[in-house]
Design a binder for this molecule. Sequence first.
Ligand code: NDP
Ligand code: MG
Length: 386
Amino acid sequence: MDKISLGILGSTGSIGQNTLEVIRNLKRNNIIVNIKFLTTYGNIELIREQAIEFQPDFIHIANPEKYKEFLSYSIPEKTKVLTGQGELLELVKNEDYEKLIVAVVGFNGLAPTIEAIKCGKKIASANKEILVVAGKIINNLLKENKTELIPIDSEHSAIFQCIIGEEGNEISKIILTASGGPFRTKTIAEIKEASIKDALEHPNWNMGSKITIDSATMMNKGLEVIEAKWIFNLELDKIEVLIHPQSIIHSLVEFSDGSVKAQLGIPNMKIPIQYAITFPERVRSDFPRIDFLVNNKLTFEKPDMEKFECLNLAYNSIREGGTYPVVLNAANEVAVDLFLKNKIKFLDISKLIKKALDNHKPIMNYEIADIYEIDRKTREQIYNLI
Ligand code: NDP
Ligand code: MG
């Protein structure tokens, strides 16, 4: 690879900033990286700095107040500033770039990703929520438009790397590893009173607040099970979850002959992000390496499905199928937001999601419009409950 052009959704977040670190590394390796656009919800200070360094053609600011405030900022002359959903969709559709990096969090990533796929863009996605709600539709669109989605999520990147060269060989199962989050060794009675600060204290990964809470409830792993089902086209009974507190083995694949392949690394998102950008090539880096004499203890445990009710709810929602995962995701996004605003307790997250799932009348043959409608109604329902 000697050059690439990218658009980045959510450049100011944890994955977004790591993506820009990766781009600095690619440049050090004499790869020409052309950044067409960067987007943020409202971190205008950071996106200004990013614009000055990376000279994109466009930046998009979703928050209208922040957009207005930003108009007085000095930025590179070539960079145009946009806001509004319409302008975002035009941006991903029309601009001449090869690959869209989806580093935005949550359901909001869905519409721009779909528009990009329809224009035949390649997708590198960290965002799992869009695959949870619309995996089937996204897969059909990728096929119709002859393009591909490369996962950035570390477990899915691991599996993706393990199955290269195995086309046609039967996978007997995949094992998604999970750190177990901050409450792995706590009792239900202890996590009942967990504060926001307790839940945000992830032992191994430094990430945005939504996914960090998802890791504490283990909804993150539930969402990843659904994500894996769609990316790798697997039956649910072939997807296992194993607690691996050290987060060194990022996931494993067992083949029909009993052989198991795994991908390992220090917990650091730069490796899977760079791989998703440069695939199928690998580019040199100085990202942290494993020292097996230091990281010399790799242990495994079964997840406690009673304590981590969210993992159960996620398995059930995809087992039942139809639009249940749409409700699961919307209810979870709202419940996590309410928890982070100190409006509900930690264990209320799973209670609210369960209530929303119980109330749902699923559509089995759904279309994209159904997804938007069910997402909207579920959010409204949960906010009304509180
Ligand atoms: P962050 O919260 O750190 O960043 C989210 C980004 O999306 C920010 O740029 C944010 O802008 C932007 N954003 C948020 N809400 C909106 C909105 N309504 N409209 C437009 N832009 C918005 O999240 P992460 O980087 O942690 O996660 C991103 C995705 O990657 C998630 O789906 C997560 O599950 C997944 N992921 C993350 C990992 C990680 O290590 N962080 C690991 C594996 C997967 P602003 O800065 O203004 O808030
Ligand atoms: Mg992950």
